[in-house]
Design a protein around this ligand. Structure first.
Ligand SMILES: C[S@@+](CC[C@H](N)C(=O)[O-])C[C@H]1O[C@@H](n2cnc3c(N)ncnc32)[C@H](O)[C@@H]1O
Ligand code: SF4
Length: 367
């Protein structure tokens, strides 16, 4: 089995970023030879079966370093386990049993989470227009939209290759409030649905939209799995995932419990101190384990690397089970006081706009 640079993702996974760029996976930066491949210029399978992807897969099998995979390599260089090593299964030398994770259905979202990039959420994009911060690069709304024609071509390509597909992962925006995603489901032939697993990354606020309801699809597909994002509980969740209806969210946790594959939190400056309590809350009240795989690295202003006193947090994570190395890797990065001040200003501006009080909600003097 090749080991030096092999990763299963380029063999099994078609990924496109919210702005339409194809990449090897969600952690990768863009491989120079893949720059020309975007949702606007290439169909998903055209990209996946391209000469460039074939060359990258061959280079991996030969153990050559792959440009764009630096995120994993840097973690490995500090003696820790990267996503490449943690998630790796050897899937063979030819692509088969493909999982599709293309962000072609837009960025419509009903929430405006404080750490989320505007290109991932229409609500966040709108809210940021009136917030004077340069933490997130702001573009006009056109920039975030995959045009209708590109979306139609990509959807058709996925449908044309449906017999190759075992998994479809839908992210968003918020998948369940995006009409094009439901229209896409409706176009998958009934006989094909039985072999396809649907995987959703969701804020679990709404499981139905217009005429569509998730429960109408659960018997058609091989499986439907929900990967639920949650960053805190009660008032702190309401601040972080503004303007979430926490009661509705908790009701959905109970109602859709059997479809929930995992819960995961995105660790940043506002929730890092409470990680053990958050894990306990969902375990004790809902019987749901919380995974700690995701951290805010971008924008760096919101990263835990900027904590003033890191040692208690390092001690806290050392005592917890199953803490991925990326968390310690992030904490080991140097603190940047200018970035931290931008975080403080951003929180203050959000409070002013929303009429909330982060100081009161989180119980410490952020500003
Ligand atoms: C952009 S959301 C889209 C799917 C869905 N709306 C949700 O919240 O799960 C996908 C994931 O990205 C995470 N996320 C948001 N902002 C992030 C950031 N700045 N860094 C890392 N992950 C982030 C969210 O917590 C969520 O788990
Ligand atoms: S729910 Fe998801 S897409 Fe929407 S703002 Fe939050 S993290 Fe972003």
């Amino acid at each position: 089995m090749p080991t030096k640079s092999y990763c299963e993702k380029p063999f099994t996974h078609i990924h496109s970023h919210a702005r339409g760029q194809y990449k090897l996976c969600c952690h990768a930066s863009v491989h120079p030879k893949l720059e020309k491949y975007t949702i606007r210029t290439a169909r998903p399978f055209e990209f996946f079966l391209s000469d460039e992807m074939e060359e990258i897969r061959n280079d991996m099998l030969e153990g050559k370093a792959i440009p764009g995979c630096e995120y994993c390599y840097q973690i490995e260089e500090s003696g820790m386990k990267s996503p490449r090593l943690t998630n790796r299964k050897f899937s063979g030398v030819e692509p088969h049993s493909v999982g599709v994770q293309v962000r072609i259905f837009g960025s419509t979202c009903n929430l405006s989470c404080y750490m989320c990039f505007p290109f991932n959420s229409s609500t966040k994009n709108k809210e940021l227009k009136n917030i004077d911060t340069d933490i997130f690069v702001k573009y006009d709304s056109e920039f975030y939209q995959i045009d209708d024609e590109s979306m139609a071509v990509s959807v058709q390509d996925v449908l044309d290759n449906i017999e190759l597909i075992d998994f479809i992962t839908i992210i968003g925006g918020e998948p369940f409030v995006m009409s094009p995603h439901w229209e896409f489901l409706d176009r998958i032939p009934k006989e094909m649905r039985k072999k396809i697993s649907l995987r959703y990354q969701t804020n679990l606020t709404k499981l139905h939209h217009k005429k569509w309801h998730l429960l109408d699809y659960v018997n058609d597909f091989k499986s439907i799995k929900l990967f639920v994002s949650v960053d805190h509980f009660k008032e702190k969740l309401a601040w972080i995932r503004y303007p979430i209806d926490v009661n509705q969210f908790e009701n959905n946790l109970m109602e859709y419990h059997k479809y929930i594959e995992s819960m995961h939190m995105c660790i940043g400056l506002l929730n890092v101190h409470d990680v053990p309590q958050i894990v306990d809350y969902y375990k004790n009240n809902f019987g749901l384990p919380l995974e700690l795989k995701n951290i805010v690295q971008q924008p760096p202003e919101l990263s835990i690397k900027n904590l003033a006193d890191k040692q208690p947090v390092i001690d806290m994570f050392t005592e917890l089970n199953d803490v991925p190395d990326v968390i310690f890797h992030e904490l080991n990065k140097p603190r940047d006081e200018v970035e931290y001040q931008k975080f403080v200003d951003y929180v203050r501006l959000l409070d002013q706009k929303r009429g909330t009080s982060a100081n009161k909600t989180f119980g410490w003097e952020i500003y």
